[in-house]
Ligand binder design. Structure first.
Ligand code: GLV
Length: 311
């Protein structure tokens, strides 16, 4: 089997995949002039690559989010497309979310502000049991994150498009379910895929349904959030008085890197990280890629994405 790898660390992927699939021939992808191959293993490939490949029998997306792949106008949508499931990113993102939850629940944001004025003032702790957390998106990663937070002792509410039942999580679905969740959570975590149905889901109306003093953590996709609505909900953040939304920890943005002129960089109630919440652990991911390529080449069943649903 001939496999083309398109990724900024393509040589590293080739080395780990060659160990797992000794019978395959791997090629490092360029934007143009690649040999014809059977399978493409890629992250954000350019349209030119699809225009040139005429006999692709399957694609493996080297990430959990397939938005960039599906937004590619030249993508052959009729062939099997496999994405990485939770290859360890779930736990990394879970730790990122834990950091954010503790930042607000244990008042590190307030103490940071107090430090600027040498103010020594202890704030009473809100018990974990009274700190509901909402996880929007219960795919492999959202589920893992929800389980970690529940194990930490927080009441966790999960939300998905279709009904789900998960041990230890209060599950909600649909529009009515989203409203019910929003009213009960002090931290909202967004782990939904970027699809037409999720774009700007976090808008003025959604944010208004959160309790006053709630916080937002977005390790998912930047497109989920209406940025103007977020900034309004946060207020100026210049004084100690809190606006409706207490603060936000953001890892994903519609345009990355986040442009220097974005007001998000300078807002005192926003913490910014450079899309680092869930880097892909290459070993476990390579196991998944090798398994998918093996199954595809043997004509066996493999879990593919639904291009119309967008995940
Ligand atoms: C990263 O954002 C991914 O989708 O894997």
């Amino acid at each position: 089997m001939q496999v083309l790898i398109y990724h900024q660390d393509a040589a590293q992927w080739r080395d780990v995949l060659a160990k797992r699939l000794p019978e395959a021939q791997f090629h490092l992808g360029a934007d143009h002039g690649n040999p014809q191959v059977d399978y493409l293993v890629a992250w954000k490939p350019p349209a030119s690559l699809f225009e040139e490949q005429r006999g692709l029998r399957g694609i493996v997306n080297l990430g959990a989010g397939v938005d960039a792949m599906l937004n590619n106008p030249a993508l052959p949508r009729e062939i099997p497309i496999v994405k990485l499931r939770d290859a360890g990113m779930g736990e990394l993102i879970g730790d990122y979310v834990r950091y954010g939850v503790l930042h607000f629940q244990r008042d590190f944001d307030r103490y940071q502000r107090q430090q600027r004025t040498q103010s020594w003032r202890e704030v009473p702790v809100v018990d974990k049991a009274a700190w509901g957390i909402g996880v929007l998106g219960l795919g492999a990663i959202g589920n893992r994150v929800a389980q970690m937070l529940a194990a930490d002792g927080y009441p966790v509410h999960g939300w998905s498009r279709s009904p789900k039942q998960l041990e230890g999580i209060t599950c909600h679905h649909g529009d009515a379910g989203l409203d019910a969740l929003l009213g009960q959570v002090m931290t909202l975590v967004t782990l939904l895929p970027d699809t037409p149905a999720t774009r700007h889901l976090i808008d003025r109306a959604t944010l208004a349904k959160l309790p006053a003093g709630a916080s937002l953590i977005n390790p998912g996709r930047g497109t989920l959030i209406d940025e103007a609505a977020l900034l309004d909900a946060l207020g100026s953040g210049e004084t100690d008085d809190e606006a409706h939304l207490r603060g936000a920890l953001l890892d994903a943005f519609p345009q990355e890197p986040l442009p220097a002129e974005s007001p998000l960089w300078r807002h005192p109630r926003i913490l910014i990280t450079p899309h680092m919440a869930g880097p892909t652990p290459i070993g476990a991911a390579a196991d998944q890629v090798a398994e998918a390529l093996g199954r595809l080449s043997r004509g066996e069943a493999v879990e593919t994405i639904d291009p119309d649903a967008g995940y």
